[in-house]
Write a protein of this length. Structure first.
Length: 91
């Protein structure tokens, strides 16, 4: 099913995890994340249950998406983050 497979390893099993560092550093991370049980990649979940986008402190913004691959919902905060090229002050 589109949106429920890990972009990194193809894993399909995820569990919820809190990450206070990502919440502090990335303004669009507000709740629990989904952690791939196969490789440890963390994803921001969409309201529809899909993996919205991968999040990591050092992830290249080219590997992020601002639109859910399953339902098409857009996140303007993530879109602005991608357009900036990452966190403010990052160059």
């Amino acid at each position: 099913m589109t949106g429920n497979t890990c972009d990194e390893c193809g894993g399909i099993t995820f569990r919820y995890q809190n990450d206070s560092i990502l919440k502090r550093k990335l303004p669009f991370v507000k709740g629990s994340l989904l952690l791939c049980e196969k490789c440890g990649a963390k994803y921001l979940p969409c309201d529809c249950g899909a993996l919205f986008t991968r999040v990591h402190l050092t992830i290249d913004v080219e590997g992020m998406r601002s639109e859910c691959p399953k339902c098409g919902k857009k996140n303007p905060e993530i879109e602005a983050f991608i357009q900036r090229g990452g966190p403010e002050g990052y160059q």
